[in-house]
Ligand binder design. Structure first.
Ligand code: AP5
Length: 260
């Protein structure tokens, strides 16, 4: 079967058997703040049954629990700056050691620097962070017998002004994490989650001043990951300036082209 035919069939939702038992392996969603990484990761979680590992969410959880890591990260996050590589990598190692990562995982917002990408390469090759213990104190994840399959890296490309509108318009449900946008994906009742009825919130770092800093930080520190992964031949670059459904189709096509 031609690769394109196979891919388009694979992205026809509901027509690929066994997606929730297959080894999907590590998937990276790369893109600037507001590109839609979190939005797309949630679709993939539902489709593949593997976890979304958002370093932003993990850091926010640490903040909410008042951990040492959360305290160290708080000021940097509020200023739109990156949290130091060693802290983030240790946090990711502990999360990846959890049992639910055994068939694969979706990294959302990690890596964000070349140092983090190199650490991840070593981690997946069993050379770094291999002794990390699961955060939740659960049974440790077993690395697949044949090792992890190669990374699938999907870069979502979105134009600057569109990113700005997406970030200033974003609203989140604090209870179930559903993402809305007052311009593009409004809730049925203003400021209220469609799913659980909770009052929606605006993320603290979605103020205009911090958005501007986050976008600069992306250009200065994260954009260099595009050539880093392009030279491995594992990068899929996707036009994210389209509807959520159109972007989803492209993201799934990329993953399933490489994996199925
Ligand atoms: P993090 O939480 O990762 O934020 P981010 O990377 O800035 O990304 P966002 O969550 O803002 O955007 P997204 O791409 O997920 O977009 P979303 O789907 O929500 O990081 C926060 C902070 O933590 C960082 O600044 C840093 O301090 C720290 N940190 C995190 N990871 C780190 C790391 N690895 N190293 C160091 N520090 C780290 O969508 C955005 C909006 O657009 C939504 O309203 C959505 O509804 C809408 N939307 C999505 N897709 C579409 C579409 N196709 N059309 C129209 N609207 C759309």
């Amino acid at each position: 079967m031609a690769a394109d035919t196979k891919a388009s069939q694979a992205t026809d939702l509901g027509k690929v058997p066994g997606l929730k038992t297959r080894n999907i392996g590590p998937v990276i969603l790369l893109g600037p703040p507001g590109a839609g990484k979190g939005t797309q990761a949630k679709v993939m979680v539902a489709r593949y049954g593997i976890p979304q590992i958002s370093t932003g969410d993990l850091l926010r959880e640490n903040r909410a629990r008042g951990t040492e890591l959360g305290k160290k990260a708080a000021t940097l996050m509020d200023q739109g700056q990156l949290v130091p590589d060693d802290l983030v990598c240790a946090m990711v190692a502990a999360r990846l050691a959890e049992q639910d990562c055994a068939r694969g995982f979706i990294l959302d917002g990690f890596p964000r620097t070349v140092a983090q990408a190199e650490w991840l390469d070593n981690f997946l090759a069993g050379k770094s962070g291999a002794n990390a213990q699961p955060v939740a104190g659960t049974e440790k994840s077993a690395v697949p017998a044949a090792g992890w399959p190669p990374l699938v890296v999907v870069s979502i490309v979105v134009e600057y002004n569109q990113l700005w509108r997406r970030l200033t318009g974003r609203r989140m449900c604090p209870v179930d994490g559903t993402i809305y946008n007052i311009y593009f994906q409004p809730p049925r009742v203003p400021d209220t989650c469609d799913i659980c009825g909770s009052k929606l919130m605006t993320r603290k770092d979605d103020s205009e001043e911090v958005i501007s800093k986050r976008l600069k930080e992306y250009e200065n520190q994260t954009l260099s990951l595009v050539p880093y992964y392009r030279q491995t031949g594992r990068l899929h670059e996707i036009d994210g300036d389209r509807s959520v459904e159109e972007v989803t189709a492209e993201v799934l096509r990329a993953v399933e082209h490489d994996r199925l």
